[in-house]
Each structure stands twice: as structure tokens, then as C-alpha cells.
Design a protein around this ligand. Structure first.
Ligand code: ADP
Ligand code: MG
Length: 335
């Protein structure tokens, strides 16, 4: 049984931007599925289509068995959605925020209080529940939002970049809460992230998305084992023979791919320890001197590099997050 199914889903904004370029994937019931990709890859757009906030330009999507284009009400009744930006009201207390949300979600009156208490307990905010949310840290705000997304006991929980803008310790804490929630409620979770480690730690299946297309989908461990045994990273002195070294390295048996950025060569091979000496002798014949060498087991980082040809690490997501935060603060001060 699938919780989410998409078929050739497309979104072209009126500006002409093709944000989602024909993606098809299935998420099984009870799974934690992650979309991993850089800023601008199309993650939030896909999520907004799945949560019925945006209409697709083409293709189909089903969530909890309902068509997002024709059965929006049913879809909404079965999902929780925690947006990338914080949406809580800072001037209300944590508990008041949840009360407000419970009323908006038409939770039966007699169930509101016990559910809120359970959720405050689950995300460990019971101590602070009656303080104004403006006094909360970033991590506490996120926990409150996640609690809000769970009020109506959704079958599918959508988390858009749940830890963006948080420091690493807080991020790890949020991962623990997500795991705890998943254990407790056994719902399907669909999350997006541009943090490798987040996808690796939380997701049973990961779709790598770049430029609106899914490059590959698999469990983190099979993605890594697809890359085989050993990633060789070599830094070289800048040399006119660099390109030749790359093209000759590509011809070595067992080498599947080579990527280069500045002076760093990354070689994906099935037999790292055997291939490395061959590259040394190639380099020496071409007069290219090698500065450093390392052979490592593949990480999800390497998987990303291998499937997209570029690194995931960039700070643009953080920058745009900060920009939006600044904008919201300014808007607030105007009112
Ligand atoms: N409302 C919008 N109008 C026009 N273009 C948009 C809009 N929202 C996002 N985009 C563009 O669509 C692409 C995908 O954006 P998005 O889905 O937000 O990516 P991600 O969440 O992976 O960072 C980007 O090129 C972005 O600039
Ligand atoms: Mg996004």
C-alpha cells in the first residue's frame, strides 16, 4: 500500500521556471522518505503540490489514496504539514498556538486538551507550554510546529527542511523527536532536506533531486553500495596535464567515474586500493605532482556527487532562510 504516489508530476511557474520536471515516485505506508537536494531543486514545490497548496501543471499525485487535484479536502484531512518557515504566532504561548491550530483543524472539543498535553509532552515542551513563543529558541519553535502538525493525527506527515537554520546539536535533537514520533504514531513521513546526514540518519528511502528531476531513489545503504568499494580523493598541483590525467584515469579498469573541481579529483571505483597506485604512475608519467591522497568508503555525499556531478554543500539555503526571516521581522515591525 502506497501513501504517496506521483506520476510524471510537473510544475511550471507562470514565470516560466520549470520547478518540477516530470517526477514519479512511490512512498510506502509507514516509511520515512526523504527528498535530498540543493536549494532550488524543486523540493518545496513538490511538497506544496502534495499538500494541495499548489496545482500541478501536469502529471498526477495521490496522497493517502486521494488525488491532490480533485480530492483536496480528503488529502488535507489526512496530512500534517510543517512548512520550511516558522509559522507560529510568537505572541501566543506554546499551548495557545496549539489550541488555535486545534480549532482551525476542527478537532473534537473533548479531545483538544488531552491531545495538546500529550503532544507537549512528546516534544518535551510541557515546562515551557505557558510561556510566549517569542521566548523560545529556534529548536523549540520547530518542535512546537511539529506538534501542531500532529494534532489531527495525520496519516502522512510532511516536513519541509525540518532543521534548516538550526545548529548541529539542535538538529540532532529534532532528529530524535522525528524518530520518536515515527515510532509512536507509525505514520508515513515525507521530508525534504539538503543535509546528507539528515537523510542518512532518518530516511529508509532517499530520492536525490536536482533541477526538478529525480536522479535516483534507494535506501541510503544501497545508494552507498552502488558506488562500490572506495572513493579515491586526490589533490594535485595545478598542471596543464590535468585534463589528460582525468581522461586517462577514466580509462582505467574498475574506474566508474571521475569528477574534478579545482585541484581535487574524486575517483569512483570498485577497487580503490588497486586503482590508486595506477593513478600515481599515470600522474608521474604526465609530470603531475600529487599533494594528498585519501581512500574512503562512500558516504551519501559521494552518492550525491556521483549522481549529479556537483557537491551538495552550499550556503545559499541558509542565506535565503536568513533573508526570509529578516523580511518577516520587518513585516512584523510595520504592523
Ligand atoms: N512562486 C514561485 N514563482 C516562481 N518561481 C518559483 C516560485 N517558487 C519557487 N520557484 C523557483 O522554482 C525552483 C524550485 O524551487 P523550490 O521548490 O523552492 O526548491 P527547493 O525547495 O528545493 O529549494 C527554483 O528555481 C525557484 O526559484
Ligand atoms: Mg525549499
Amino acid at each position: 500500500m502506497y501513501s504517496i504516489q506521483t506520476k510524471d508530476l510537473k510544475k511550471i511557474y507562470t514565470s516560466g521556471t520549470v520547478a518540477v520536471d516530470g517526477i514519479s515516485f512511490d512512498v510506502e505506508e509507514g516509511e520515512i522518505f526523504g527528498f535530498l537536494g540543493p536549494n532550488g531543486a524543486g523540493k518545496s514545490t513538490t511538497m506544496m503540490i502534495l499538500t494541495t497548496l499548489l496545482k500541478p501543471s501536469g502529471g498526477q499525485a495521490f496522497v493517502a489514496g486521494f488525488d491532490v487535484s480533485t480530492q483536496q479536502k480528503n488529502v488535507r484531512a489526512n496530512i500534517g504539514y510543517v512548512q520550511q518557515d516558522i509559522t507560529i504566532d510568537e505572541y501566543l504561548t506554546g499551548r495557545e498556538n496549539l489550541l488555535l491550530q486545534a480549532r482551525l483543524n476542527h478537532i473534537p472539543k473533548d479531545q483538544i486538551k488531552p491531545r495538546i498535553n500529550d503532544l507537549l509532552d512528546l516534544v518535551e515542551l510541557d515546562d515551557k507550554a505557558d510561556d510566549a513563543a517569542i521566548t523560545y529558541s529556534g529548536g523549540m519553535r520547530k518542535r512546537l510546529e511539529i506538534a501542531g502538525g500532529l494534532l489531527h493525527r495525520p496519516k502522512v506527515l510532511f516536513l519541509d527542511e525540518p532543521t534548516v537554520g538550526l545548529d548541529i546539536q539542535t538538529r540532532q535533537k529534532i532528529w530524535e523527536y522525528i524518530k520518536k514520533i515515527h515510532n509512536e504514531y507509525k505514520m508515513t513521513i515525507f521530508l525534504t532536506t539538503h543535509y546528507m546526514e539528515e537523510a542518512d540518519r532518518l530516511c529508509s528511502k532517499v530520492g536525490i533531486i536536482d533541477h526538478g528531476k529525480i536522479q535516483t531513489i534507494d535506501s541510503p545503504s544501497s545508494l552507498k553500495s552502488k558506488l562500490g568499494g572506495g572513493i579515491i580523493t586526490i589533490t594535485i598541483e595545478n598542471s596543464p596535464a590535468k585534463e589528460e590525467l582525468v581522461s586517462k584515469t577514466k580509462q582505467i579498469e574498475f574506474v566508474r567515474d571521475v569528477t574534478i573541481s579545482d585541484e581535487k579529483l574524486t575517483i569512483f571505483s570498485s577497487k580503490g586500493t588497486e586503482v590508486a597506485p595506477m593513478i600515481f604512475s599515470l600522474a608521474s608519467n604526465l609530470g603531475v605532482s600529487i599533494k594528498t591522497v585519501s581512500i574512503t568508503q562512500p558516504s551519501l555525499d559521494d552518492v550525491f556527487l556521483s549522481f549529479t556531478g556537483h557537491d551538495l554543500r552550499d550556503d545559499t539555503t541558509q542565506k535565503s532562510y536568513n533573508r526570509r526571516k529578516e523580511y518577516r521581522l520587518k513585516q512584523r515591525m510595520k504592523t
